[in-house]
Write a protein that binds this ligand. Structure first.
Ligand SMILES: Cc1cc2nc3c(=O)[nH]c(=O)nc-3n(C[C@H](O)[C@H](O)[C@H](O)COP(=O)(O)O)c2cc1C
Length: 325
């Protein structure tokens, strides 16, 4: 059988491998993306950015749009609902050094859905088609679309949307095997990924519940998808990429990183975050990452509580020093 992990061509962009960090607001910031690329991710995705916020020159979007040459190839994701604004903003930011522009049709958050954005577009295939067509035409870089299985159980239409995306010029499509209604709960339905893969010619990226090399192998076997988007499995675990690559080289799941390696990686992420955001914001945001990093290690629940009271890098380092061997 052909290998699940291989090079992947999306439009004119070639990825060294098809293991891709999924976009996660509040998680896939620049420091975290750098760590995932270092660990061998074939591409990393940024946090979703509102096209309207770019249009209105919202101050906070500036940081979200920051890209480091070392993280390339990188995918920038827009969300919105107005074809004119989205395509115009895509053109306006195209000079930034991202490689691929992605469009969000999956976000389940009420604030977004109630504006007709994110997963709400699964309910409006005509508008979705207009957005995709206008944006794919407006820019030279490849334009991709990330969808869900459907909006709810009564409207499972990923295949229909995938056809529209392909006809309207999308260079690839990512499918998260859950409905909006499911948010992130339960198991992702991988069969919908297979159905989309069988329906379109553009590359299909499978998404949902990939935690290790065996999952990648199984998703490939069950769906035939061309690439893999990895979200929560990477939280506090940038090694997931090197570990999956190793799995496909050796045929065995590698051991969990040692406590020392875990602490070194976490502290390095904290230092990178401080460089980008300053210590106060970095350490506040680092608390959730630290909780993810420690999950499954000794004393993790104690650490999770303690880390919530940490407000400087020195305190964070001190807290974890005791664990080092
Ligand atoms: C905290 C968090 C933030 C997310 N933010 C985004 C986002 O900005 N854009 C997007 O398309 N999907 C977003 N997602 C969805 C993920 O990209 C992915 O589709 C989902 O988590 C399922 O994959 P997984 O099972 O590998 O986590 C987010 C998910 C989480 C958990």
């Amino acid at each position: 059988m052909e290998q699940a992990v291989h090079k992947l061509q999306i439009g004119n962009v070639t990825l060294e491998n098809n293991l891709i960090l999924a976009p996660m607001a509040g998680v896939t910031d620049l420091p975290f993306r750098l760590l995932c690329r270092e660990q061998g991710a074939g591409m990393v995705s940024m946090e979703m950015v509102s096209a309207k916020a770019i249009y209105y020159k919202n101050k906070n979007t500036k940081e979200l749009l920051k890209i480091d040459e070392r993280e390339k190839p990188v995918s920038l994701q827009l969300f919105g609902s107005d074809p004119e604004i989205i395509s115009a903003m895509a053109k306006q930011i195209e000079h930034l050094p991202f490689d691929i522009l992605d469009f969000n049709m999956g976000c389940p958050v009420p604030k977004v859905v109630n504006n007709g954005e994110g997963s709400a577009l699964m309910k409006d295939p005509i508008l979705a088609g207009k957005i995709i067509e206008a944006t794919a035409k407006a820019i030279d870089k490849p334009f991709t679309v990330k969808i869900r299985r459907g909006f709810d159980e009564e409207h499972i239409n990923a295949v229909e949307i995938a056809h529209i995306a392909e006809e309207c010029g999308a260079a690839a499509i990512a499918v998260h095997g859950r409905t909006r209604e499911q948010y992130y709960s339960g198991h992702a339905d991988w069969d919908i990924i297979r159905q989309v893969k069988e329906a379109v010619k553009i590359p299909v990226l499978g998404n949902g519940d990939i935690k290790c090399g065996e999952d990648v192998e199984r998703m490939y076997r069950e769906t035939g998808c061309d690439g893999f988007l990895i979200g929560r499995g990477a939280q506090g675990n940038p090694w997931i990429f090197s570990q999956i690559l190793e799995y496909f080289q050796t045929g065995e799941e590698p051991a969990k990183p040692t406590v020392n390696d875990m602490i070194d990686m976490m502290l390095r992420q904290a230092r990178l975050m401080i460089e980008v955001k300053g210590e106060e914001v970095a350490i506040r945001e680092m608390r959730k990452h630290a909780a993810w990093y420690t999950a499954g290690y000794k004393n993790s629940s104690h650490l999770r509580n303690a880390v919530n009271h940490v407000s400087t890098y020195a305190e964070l380092e001190e807290l974890f020093k005791v664990l080092k061997t």
